[in-house]
Design a protein around this ligand. Sequence first.
Ligand code: FES
Length: 138
Amino acid sequence: MALDYSQKVMDHFINPRNVGEIPDADGVGEAGNPKCGDIMKIYLKVNPETKIIDDVKFKTFGCASAIASSSMATEMIKGRTIEDAWNLTNNAVAEALDGLPPIKMHCSVLAEEAIHTALNDYRAKNGMEVIPMEHHEE
Ligand code: FES
């Protein structure tokens, strides 16, 4: 049975924003789900003065929901501070996509985790304290 995807999920899957990589990224993070094997990588460019994320790109080897979640999540953290970006939850990403089918919620978790990993990579490289990662149950 085909899953019922929102128009926004389809739009971000077919025409994903911010795809690619940043060769001189200030922070890089990766998250994977061992159950489905999907992997998401996030690259951040952070303004050293303002701590605003000037640029963000992603590469996702995964399902439609994972690609749509990465696309939406990168749109949501671009132009925000690293603190704001940390507070982006997978639920907010799923909501911005007008919802994900329940069995696809874990795909949005990948986006939250990859962003957290990239932000911690940035923090570690800049002598800032690394924030403990929350692990989502599935
Ligand atoms: Fe695993 Fe979507 S099925 S990330």
